[in-house]
Design a protein around this ligand. Structure first.
Ligand SMILES: NC(=O)c1ccc[n+]([C@@H]2O[C@H](COP(=O)([O-])OP(=O)(O)OC[C@H]3O[C@@H](n4cnc5c(N)ncnc54)[C@H](OP(=O)(O)O)[C@@H]3O)[C@@H](O)[C@H]2O)c1
Length: 293
């Protein structure tokens, strides 16, 4: 519980982290204003505002804690457009471990994503130093939790539709999925913890498992016998070329698919040390899909 009433602005609040963060902020005593481009209905004392950050600057007239959980590059422009004395008391935002994993990708688009993230982090840090804003950047790895993600939920929907899941080779690449509610909790844990001021943290989940084990866990969650089919990469290339025109599969890239055999793990020791970050393990019981979300 916080001592005085604090105003929280949450940009990008309609995503999976916001789904868990908004109620946590209310429970902690914050007054919450949530922003997204899509119109949302005000509920449970959350005041929603429709705002496209590429078009309209954020108006800040009173001291706020800003939780920017929309894509990081949008924050660069958001801060640049603010007057120098805009009363942001604290900033918590999200980058991604993609700035490490995609930096060496064979796919130029992925390398560009990594570069954009790295440059955005740097620009935000410089802006915050100039404006005397205490910042914290979280870099999560694969996020899941309420059926709004494009990774775990994509796999689950594929299994529900086709009854099997294809992987390249053995799917030995290690993963460390992190639950969106643990990231929401991290926002609260770090918010008023001075050791986290002006720091960046990699945030992952407690369980390290192979891509194949991750898919197997999803089968179990769906009460289905795992049917994982190992296919050669040429098959995936053909499949990818066949489906990637469709908006539903636009987030897929060939490089993303071939990473099934690459380790994408990140220790969270620093976060555990600095603000007692203690994420849950990826398991059948941590999975929760909803067709409504
Ligand atoms: N998903 C993952 O596995 C993963 C992994 C590593 C890091 N991350 C990072 O974690 C953060 C959250 O990721 P996520 O996948 O949960 O959500 P996301 O898809 O990045 O969330 C986008 C949110 O921002 C809003 N938004 C997008 N463009 C906007 C604009 N122009 N103006 C205002 N709002 C805008 C969207 O709502 P509207 O569409 O309603 O505007 C939505 O609420 C991101 O920074 C992401 O890079 C995610």
């Amino acid at each position: 519980m916080i001592s005085a009433i604090q105003q929280a602005f949450v940009t990008g609040a309609s995503n999976q982290i916001g789904y868990f963060l908004l109620p946590r902020l209310l429970a902690a005593g914050f007054q919450v204003t949530a922003f997204s481009r899509q119109l949302q209905i005000n509920t449970h004392n959350i005041h929603w505002q429709q705002l496209d950050l590429t078009i309209t600057p954020l108006l800040i007239t009173q001291p706020i804690v800003l939780f920017h959980i929309a894509p990081l590059p949008l924050l660069v422009k958001l801060i640049q457009q603010l007057p120098l004395d805009a009363p942001i008391k604290r900033l918590i935002t999200f980058s991604s471990t993609s700035c490490f994993t995609k930096a060496q990708s064979p796919d130029p688009q992925e390398r560009a994503i990594a570069n954009t993230l790295i440059q955005a982090e740097q620009a935000i840090i410089e802006q915050c130093q100039t404006r005397n804003i205490q910042w914290t950047i979280f870099r999560p790895t694969l996020v899941y939790g309420c059926g709004r993600d494009k990774n775990i939920t994509f796999i689950a929907k594929f299994i529900q539709r086709f009854g099997f899941f294809p992987i390249i080779g053995q799917g030995t690449g290690l993963r460390q999925p992190v639950h969106a509610d643990d990231l929401a909790m991290a926002c609260l844990q770090a918010c008023f913890t001075p050791t986290t001021f002006n720091q960046a943290y990699n945030l992952s989940g407690a369980r390290i498992l192979s891509y194949r084990e991750m898919v197997t866990t999803i089968f179990h969650y769906l009460h289905q016998k795992p049917r994982i089919i190992s296919v050669p990469s040429w098959f995936f290339i053909s499949l990818f070329k066949t489906i990637n025109w469709h908006p539903k599969y636009a987030h897929l890239s060939y490089a993303m698919i071939t990473r099934m055999n690459q380790d994408l793990c990140f220790a969270y020791d620093q976060a555990a040390h600095d603000f007692e970050y203690e994420p849950r393990s990826f398991s059948e019981s941590s999975l929760e899909f909803s067709t409504k979300n």
